[in-house]
Every structure is written in structure tokens, then in C-alpha cells.
Design a protein around this ligand. Structure first.
Ligand SMILES: Cc1cc2nc3c(=O)[nH]c(=O)nc-3n(C[C@H](O)[C@H](O)[C@H](O)COP(=O)(O)OP(=O)(O)OC[C@H]3O[C@@H](n4cnc5c(N)ncnc54)[C@H](O)[C@@H]3O)c2cc1C
Length: 294
């Protein structure tokens, strides 16, 4: 007897009907790069997979009025190849470029990355940094949830049985805002990051930081913007010393929330370096001497 059944949906309505069919315990399947790896190791807690990877409405990236819309079944390769995202969501494109190897990049999706709820998911910090909403459909209708609110803890999401993330939206960042993503992984191309960070920022006409968002991933039990670090940066002029202090502050926030454990010494130093480096890149400071690049 097969471990589970399989059904492919060709529209969102069909997927919702299949996912909410009371005769089966169903789960969405997108690229399968998390789900199919998991069922090799543990007995599935579902009876049927509903394949949503070929639903056209979940496969596109578009600009709509003042926002960008990304279908939940868009793959990492498609994120990297989108001129719209290269222009408006550099941090997300950089994260997608650093995911897995080519096979994972061609099949893994943004919706699956969020749906899987891993603390080290590379797609999540950029989405939170971009202030993205996840649009979730079920048999009752649609709801829009900030991505940060969807993630409750490692492998725990606020998604309910029968829910499907159809797409993400985020407002265009104001002109002049840059964003970056950096990660530290165990192994380069195939590594699942142990720490990552998405940062967005903009300087005012007189060279002060007037906009900044700092979102480390895999640092806290529940991912969020590090507003403590953002607050110490706002209104200041970029400098190496400021960004090193911001990195140290980020580490303190992490250690205060997680307490000390075997990995803390490494993670505290790594997060400090990662955050200060991301800030230097966002505010275009040269790595070597800390001066502004032109
Ligand atoms: C070798 C290897 C390397 C990897 N490298 C990285 C890496 O560098 N960075 C990284 O972040 N991840 C990495 N991963 C993990 C994985 O590839 C990503 O998390 C990927 O984005 C998962 O997407 P998927 O479409 O394959 O999801 P699936 O496996 O299809 O689904 C994952 C979970 O999300 C749910 N789901 C899927 N789509 C939806 C939806 N639209 N709405 C609601 N729930 C949904 C599923 O039910 C399931 O619970 C790697 C995995 C492997 C095997």
C-alpha cells in the first residue's frame, strides 16, 4: 500500500477543494524539497499530497500598483531571473541565489520555504525585511498575514489544515533604498544557513540613516526585526564604529533571548560580523577602510 495519495491541482479553487476534502488529511506539495526529504525519515502525518506547483496563478511575479506580487509556487531560479525583483527586492534575489544547488533552486519554492517553517529558511528574513504579507486561502476565503506572524517557532507555523499560501505581496521600497542578504552556512552551495541576515536602508540627503530594517534569521526562536538595533542606527551617520556597535547589539539581543548554549560563542561572533558587514554593504561602505564608496 502506498504511504500516501497524490493529487495535482490546476487552479487555486481546485487546490482549496482538495485540501479541504474531509475524507482525507491533505497537505500542499510544491517543490517537495523539504516534504519529500522528511517523509523519507518519518512516517507522514497526512494521507494525501496536493501538488500546487503547476497552478499558473501561483507561478508569476508582477508589479501591481505600489506593490510587488510573488506567487507562492515561484522557484528560487525564477526569483533570481525576475528583473522586477532584481530592481525592487535585491535581498530576496540574493537569498534565492544562495539557496541549495541548481536542483534545489529549480524546484524549491518561496511558499514551501515559509510553509516548512525552518528557523534557518533563507527566504524568510528577506520577506520580513520587505514587510511582506502572505495571502492565505482556505474554504472560508482569503486572509493576509504578515510573514513574521505566520512563523511561531522552529517548524511551527500559524497555517491551519486546509490553508494554502497563494502569494506574497510587499510595498515597493521608497526610491534610494537598498537591501542585501548575507548568510553563513556549514557548506557553501548545499548548506542550510545557520545564520543569515536581510538588511534594508536609505540615507537622507544630509547623509544620515533615515530608514533601516535589520532581520537576522536563525538567531531567535521566533524571527522578527531587530528594532533595538534599528533604533540605535536611525539618525546617525554611517561609520565602521557604528556598524560594529550595531553588530554587537544584535548579538546581545540574540543571547538575551536564547540564553547561552553550546553554539552561543560561535553564533554571537558570527552574527556580529554578519550584521555589521550587511550594514556596510547596504550603506555602500568599503570593507577595508570603512570609507564611503562612490
Ligand atoms: C540539498 C538541500 C539544500 C537546501 N538548501 C537550502 C538553503 O540553502 N536555504 C533554504 O532556505 N532552504 C534550503 N533547503 C530547504 C528547501 O529546499 C526549501 O525550504 C524550499 O524552499 C522548500 O520549498 P518546496 O517548494 O520544495 O517545499 P515543499 O517541500 O513542497 O513543502 C514544504 C512545506 O511547506 C508546505 N507548503 C508548500 N507550499 C505551500 C503553500 N503554497 N502554502 C502552504 N504550505 C505550503 C508543505 O505542505 C510542507 O509542509 C534545502 C533542501 C535540500 C534538500
Amino acid at each position: 500500500m502506498p504511504l500516501f495519495d497524490y493529487a495535482r491541482a490546476s487552479t487555486i479553487d481546485e487546490a482549496i477543494a482538495l485540501l479541504n476534502d474531509p475524507r482525507w488529511v491533505s497537505r500542499p506539495l510544491a517543490g517537495g524539497t523539504d516534504l519529500l526529504v522528511q517523509v523519507r525519515h518519518t512516517k507522514p502525518n497526512f494521507q494525501r499530497l496536493v501538488d500546487v506547483s503547476r497552478i499558473p496563478a501561483m507561478r508569476s511575479v508582477a508589479r501591481e500598483e505600489g506593490e510587488i506580487r510573488i506567487g507562492a509556487a515561484v522557484t528560487y531560479t525564477e526569483l533570481v531571473e525576475s528583473p522586477l525583483l532584481c530592481e525592487h527586492a535585491a535581498c530576496l534575489v540574493e537569498a534565492a541565489r544562495l539557496v541549495g544547488g541548481p536542483a534545489i533552486a529549480n524546484t524549491g519554492t518561496l511558499g514551501g520555504n515559509v510553509g516548512n517553517g525552518a528557523a534557518c529558511a533563507d527566504g524568510v528574513p528577506p520577506l520580513v525585511c520587505l514587510d511582506a504579507l502572505a495571502h492565505v486561502a482556505n474554504s472560508e476565503g482569503m486572509r493576509a498575514v504578515p510573514v513574521a506572524d505566520l512563523l511561531l517557532g522552529p517548524h511551527q507555523t500559524a497555517l491551519q489544515p486546509g490553508d494554502l499560501i497563494t502569494h506574497f505581496t510587499f510595498p515597493l521600497l521608497p526610491a534610494g533604498t537598498r537591501s542585501v542578504f548575507l548568510k553563513i552556512g556549514r557548506r557553501n552551495a548545499q548548506a542550510i544557513a545557520r545564520l543569515n541576515v536581510a538588511v534594508a536602508g536609505r540615507l537622507s540627503a544630509d547623509g544620515r540613516i533615515e530608514f533601516v530594517r535589520v532581520v537576522p534569521g536563525s538567531a531567535l526562536p521566533r524571527l522578527r526585526r531587530f528594532t533595538e538595533v534599528e533604533d540605535m542606527l536611525l539618525g546617525e551617520r554611517p561609520s565602521t564604529a557604528l556598524f560594529e556597535a550595531a553588530g554587537a547589539a544584535a548579538s546581545r539581543v540574540m543571547v538575551a533571548a536564547t540564553g547561552r548554549r553550546w553554539s552561543t560563542d560561535y553564533k554571537a561572533i558570527a552574527l556580529q560580523a554578519l550584521v555589521s558587514r550587511a550594514l556596510r554593504r547596504v550603506f555602500r561602505m568599503q570593507e577595508s577602510n570603512g570609507t564611503h564608496a562612490h
